[in-house]
Design a binder for this molecule. Structure first.
Ligand code: DQA
Length: 189
């Protein structure tokens, strides 16, 4: 993503992320999957959770989070999911309990969880416990590189129970996270 910010507002944004990388990865996946005799027709269901303040993306501190809106991110994930043979169900909430409930309800409904817990990443034992309780393969994502920011953002309650974490690639963190999650699910099946 190329971002220009003037006076705290986005003045120009263009997305340089190409679908070429995804298409190449997809081709490689199909090739290797068939070689390994995996079920190519399996459709994976992924729950995408966005935590507090992420509804403000596009307007919120664009110099940190970029100009891409949450709607843009969700649309891109839906497109990527189709290519990756997956479906995404998306929920954003500013309330910890709503996110906990969604994680509980994901059990038996979704194969994987892609989560940007926002500030709850650094505070929520409840989200940690919910994810541990349902044991759904989880990938944690962050738009910003949380380790280059304030020290209170360096600790994640999600990381110890996630397969992995992707942090610092802007909106592409979600795309990379979805790809990694689907690949994990395919290998695990
Ligand atoms: C964030 C990083 C968090 O520290 C912050 O509280 C957010 C967004 C990110 O995507 O970079 O709300 O999760």
């Amino acid at each position: 993503m190329i971002l220009r910010v003037a006076n705290g507002h986005c003045v120009a944004c263009s997305d340089s992320g190409s679908n070429r990388t995804l298409a190449t990865t997809q081709w490689f996946r199909l090739y290797t999957s068939s070689a390994l005799g995996k079920d190519l027709n399996r459709l994976y269901s992924v729950l995408v959770l966005h935590g507090p303040n992420l509804n403000l993306l596009g307007k919120r501190e664009p110099e940190i989070y970029g100009c891409t809106t949450l709607q843009d991110i969700n649309q891109q994930l839906e497109q990527d999911a189709t290519l990756l043979k997956a479906t995404v169900t998306v929920l954003q909430s500013n309330h910890e309990g709503v996110l906990v409930d969604a994680i509980h309800q994901a059990q038996g409904q979704h194969d994987g969880l892609l989560i940007n817990a926002g500030a709850y990443t650094h505070t929520s034992v409840a989200l940690h416990d919910a994810i541990a309780a349902v044991s759904i393969p989880t990938v944690e994502v962050h738009l910003s590189n949380i380790y280059r920011r304030e020290t209170f953002r360096h600790h994640s309650y999600i990381a110890p129970i996630a397969i992995g974490q992707i942090s610092g690639f802007g909106a592409d963190s979600y795309r990379l996270g979805l790809q990694a999650l689907i690949q994990y699910l395919q290998r695990a099946s």
